[in-house]
Design a protein around this ligand. Structure first.
Ligand code: ATP
Length: 481
């Protein structure tokens, strides 16, 4: 990350805290590493992103239904899914600093350094070699590669490394009181398994016919060893996942379909296509047949925001074997019983939140007509998901203006989130709304009393125009569709 990119990222983190988007968890006790809380505007934005995803899945697709499964699941779930045996990352410790690193992160950082020096081909070759060695789980050769690349610990500055080992990422806890016989259970590391174990419950009760999908949003937990980059990598986070069940043999087409559909979802938020790219996996997860990431250009480079995975019949077959319950579907079109294949789309809500913030944040220099300049920090959050849609601002606290503004507030607030404020100069109030990403501000002034018009100001262009107060609600609603 260049100094400029780093400054930009630090500015976003400070802004998120100062304006009530994201706070470090339990901050009065100095916080908890890689755990965060969402503030008043952050919780609204997060909810709006979740709703936007949920609507696109369960309302716009007639063949997708939702569920809300528990975080705790029967421990055998994680044995069957492969997480107990396979859900781990290769780690290495520096013997001098005692700091622990993920091996792929160290090599990726090296590749970034090479790119900064213009050695793109060398960087690509390094990553390709790393992917191949990770896929082969050849840890001795991976360590050799680190040595060849002269990778040192950022704290001790030495290359005094341990062997590479695997660390399981699941958090475990005990079910039942300590005195009684207890059983180890896990905090779910992904929401997907709640969908698989409910496959037949959902298919039967909602009378679904293949192809169909089950969507779910909810918390997931991973004991990330190297948790960093703000809310990009957290230990407690939220996922939005959809498992699409298809007839075996059709999964290739559905994989292509969902790759495209998910990219379109991102672009429907008005984000530039240049900020996105696909990354096809070389090292496939233990369940995957084909997989790719949708990557976004964060301030610290292109990184995964969403995964599309063709999971074959792996999960349902595993659960069938471990539970001894049939998880099959009778396809009346071909008169056959089978275990459906699955294509999954899996996106991190917090990562999407960071994407929106990174894309929205701008420190803008405003050139005024008299030749002078001014600055503002503005969040260009898409209106559809902005925390507040409309700020209603009476110019003064007197002359009946607040009463008129209150009438407008009452007319609009059942339809979308509004914000009312009468304190401070109007310019200052506009700036505050810019900083939290409110797309529209309406000012009620003395002329309003005469002709029922108000000034509507657009956040991005700062253009102001006079419109009839009775039109405001529909003007805003139109932008939210
Ligand atoms: P990574 O390679 O970044 O660890 P992953 O490939 O393990 O991610 P998946 O298991 O495919 O991630 O999870 C799907 C999505 O969940 C990711 O694309 C990401 O948006 C989100 N996600 C995964 N781990 C975390 C985390 N620790 N914090 C925040 N979001 C996460």
């Amino acid at each position: 990350m260049s100094i400029q990119q780093d400054n930009q990222f630090q500015a976003i983190i400070s802004h998120a805290k100062e304006y009530g988007f994201v706070f470090p968890s339990s901050e009065i006790y100095d916080g908890l590493s890689a755990v965060y809380d969402y503030g008043p505007y952050g919780s609204e934005l997060k909810k709006n992103i979740r709703d936007y995803w949920w609507k696109s899945m369960t309302q716009l697709h007639e063949n997708i239904v939702g569920i809300d499964a528990a975080i705790f699941m029967h421990p055998t779930t994680w044995k069957a899914s492969g997480h107990v045996d396979n859900f781990s990352d290769p780690m290495i410790d520096n013997k001098d600093s005692k700091k622990r690193y993920r091996v792929d992160h160290l090599l990726e950082a090296k590749a970034d350094q090479l790119r900064e020096k213009g050695a793109d081909e060398e960087a690509d070759a390094l990553l390709a070699k790393m992917d191949a060695l990770l896929a082969a789980e050849d840890f001795a050769a991976l360590r050799e590669l680190m040595m060849e690349q002269k990778i040192v610990c950022s704290v001790s500055g030495t290359a005094n490394w341990t062997e590479i080992r695997q660390f399981n990422l699941m958090f475990s806890t005990q079910l039942g009181s300590v005195a009684e016989e207890s059983d180890t259970i896990y905090l779910r590391p992904e929401t997907a398994q709640g969908i698989f174990v409910n496959f037949l419950n959902v298919q039967k009760t909602a009378r679904m016919k293949i192809p169909f999908g089950i969507a779910q949003t909810g918390k997931a937990f991973r004991n990330e060893i190297v948790a960093r980059q703000f809310i990009f990598r957290m230990r407690e986070f939220e996922q939005m996942e959809m498992q699409f069940f298809v007839r075996p043999g059709t999964e290739g087409d559905w994989y292509q379909y969902w790759k495209e559909a998910r990219l379109q979802w991102h672009l429907s938020l008005g984000i530039s296509p240049e900020k996105y790219r696909f990354h096809d996996h070389v090292k496939l997860a233990h369940y995957a047949k084909e997989a790719c990431d949708i990557e976004f250009e964060f301030p610290f480079g292109f990184k995964e925001v969403e995964g599309i995975h063709s999971r074959s019949d792996f999960d349902l077959t595993q659960h069938q074997n471990f539970s001894k319950k049939k998880l099959q579907y009778f396809d009346t079109e071909i008169n056959q019983n089978y275990v459906p294949y699955v294509v999954e789309t899996s996106i991190g809500l917090d990562r999407m939140f960071l994407l929106i913030l990174s894309n929205a944040y701008e420190e803008e220099v405003i050139h005024k007509e008299d030749g002078s300049t001014d600055n503002r920090v503005v969040l260009h959050i898409p209106a559809k998901i902005a925390p507040n849609k409309l700020a209603i601002l009476p110019l003064t606290k007197k002359d009946g203006l607040p009463e008129i503004a209150r009438d407008l507030m009452n007319a609009c607030k059942p339809y979308f989130k509004c914000f009312y404020e009468e304190k401070d100069a109007i310019g200052k109030r506009y700036r505050r709304q810019d900083a939290i990403g409110t797309p529209f501000c309406v000012t009620i002034d003395h002329q309003t009393k005469e002709d029922q018009t108000v000034t509507i100001r657009y956040r991005d262009s700062m253009v102001q125009e006079r419109v009839l107060m009775s039109m405001v609600k529909d003007m805003v609603l139109e932008q939210l569709m």
